[in-house]
Design a protein around this ligand. Structure first.
Ligand code: PGA
Ligand code: ZN
Length: 432
């Protein structure tokens, strides 16, 4: 039986924030089925693909009935009969059918769900797990996880300016061990927060609610939590930050709500460079606003030989922006979120562009997630080297970590943990 697309169905379901989102199901003529759920960001870049939402009063305006209707009325008829294994062909049809530069007509949410569902259907047709289908016989490494301990910024009522306080365990030796060490740190942080009081639950991605008077207090507490966990800060466990500075300012300066500091772009760069010297920091995402590339280049020039500098909102998983940023040495790693650009093919192009510059590559979840575990397979099958999912609680996060454990087990003796090899060459050489 053929791999031709026989059906494409969309439906409105609910994400981890209790907001509507799009699920797509694709059936091939031989009966192979693929299913995927669109994630959703809260701290988005201006250059991202745009989700189609219903607006109005129902569900806070987040309804996706129009996006689902577009799948039935336009996307399904256009894809029926196409070969489900022709991901590039399918994604090109999706992009041209939409016709806008930011997928705003049919919706990035509808398009990404269908694009990922087609990929799942093709893997099902090949009777292979998705990661293996993508690896296509090449040897791939298990990604290094980047896991949140405190969640701040737009994910926690802006209680801290910095959005994610995370840890990385590149010397763990295996994915399983990296999770075990992270669990020790997560619990130690919880105990310390309880002592400090009041401990007030978790943020959008499951990290402890960041009840701090300053960003420095959060960094101190995270370093203390690593020490208290019985693991060594700067050897077993490193700190990784997502500043998400797009939410704080741009070339005209940055505003830190904690302490009400206003800093010029230059002073903010110096502040971040100072943090990297004070704390066991291995990775910093989006130190600058999306268009403040000079500031980000300054940070990269100062510390990029031993600290990973990741572009998220500045790159928005766009291959052309990756190339432009590389030409100006803006960063040395790219965050890859399929829904930022809208299709699997375009996200892979951004990943390939980053690989071409020997940058680190981090496949990432969004703050609005679901039980969908596609990104665990993309990070592994694309040999990205790193995976960022959020924290170590809440099942929309744990589903991805648990899927990685299944993948690691399936690899058996061939399993290889990326560790420091996942970073740009200078960092890998200096730290390993
Ligand atoms: P978002 O945040 O999904 O809310 O955009 C995640 C990130 O900034 O990496
Ligand atoms: Zn980010």
């Amino acid at each position: 039986m053929s791999a031709r697309i026989a059906a494409v169905v969309g439906r409105q379901i609910w994400d981890s924030r209790g907001r509507p989102t799009v699920e797509a199901e694709v059936v091939l003529e031989n009966g192979a089925v693929g299913r995927a759920i669109a994630p959703a960001g809260a701290s988005r870049g201006a250059h991202e693909a745009v989700d189609l939402r219903d607006g109005g009063n129902a569900f806070g305006g987040y309804g996706v009935n129009r996006a689902v209707a577009g799948i039935a009325a336009e996307i399904a008829p256009a894809l029926l009969g196409m070969d489900g294994r022709d991901q590039a062909g399918v994604d090109a049809v999706l992009a041209s059918l939409d016709g806008t530069p930011n997928k705003s007509r049919l919706g990035g949410n509808a398009i990404v769900a269908v694009s990922m569902a087609v990929l799942h259907a093709a893997a099902a047709y090949a009777r292979a797990p998705l990661w293996q289908y993508l690896a296509n016989g090449k040897s791939v490494q298990l990604p290094l996880p980047e896991i949140q301990i405190f969640g701040g910024g737009a994910h926690a009522g802006r209680r801290t300016d910095v959005q994610d306080f995370m840890v990385m365990c590149p010397n763990a030796g295996s994915f399983r061990r990296a999770l075990e060490i992270t669990d020790d740190v997560y619990r130690a942080a919880g105990r310390l927060m309880e002592e400090k009081g009041p401990l007030t639950g978790v943020a959008d991605e499951g990290g402890w609610w960041p009840n701090f008077a300053s960003n420095d207090d959060a960094l101190d507490m995270l370093t203390r939590a690593i020490d208290a966990s019985g693991h060594r800060a700067g050897e077993d466990v490193f700190i990784s930050l997502d500043i998400a500075a797009n939410e704080l300012g741009d070339t005209n300066g940055y505003h830190l709500a904690l302490g009400d500091h206003r800093l010029s772009s230059d002073a903010w760069a110096d502040h971040i460079i100072k943090w990297a010297g004070q704390y066991p920091i291995l990775s910093i995402e989006d130190p600058a606003g999306q268009d403040d590339w000079d500031m980000m280049s300054k940070v990269t020039a100062a510390i990029g030989d031993h600290v990973q500098i990741i572009g998220d909102d500045v790159l928005v998983t766009n291959a052309q922006r990756v190339k432009d940023a590389a030409a100006r040495s803006v960063c040395n790693a790219a965050l890859i979120k399929v829904n930022q650009v809208g299709t699997i093919t375009e996200a892979k192009a951004a990943l390939d562009a980053a690989a071409g510059h020997q940058w680190g590559r981090i496949v990432s979840a969004r703050s609005g997630e679901s039980e969908d575990v596609t990104i665990a397979h993309l990070a592994t099958g694309w040999n990205a080297g790193q995976l960022k999912v959020g924290s170590f609680t809440r099942s929309e996060r744990m589903a991805k970590w648990n899927e990685m454990l299944r993948i690691e087990e399936a690899m058996g003796n061939d399993a290889q943990f990326a560790g420091f090899a996942a970073f740009a060459p200078a960092i890998a050489a200096g730290r390993a």
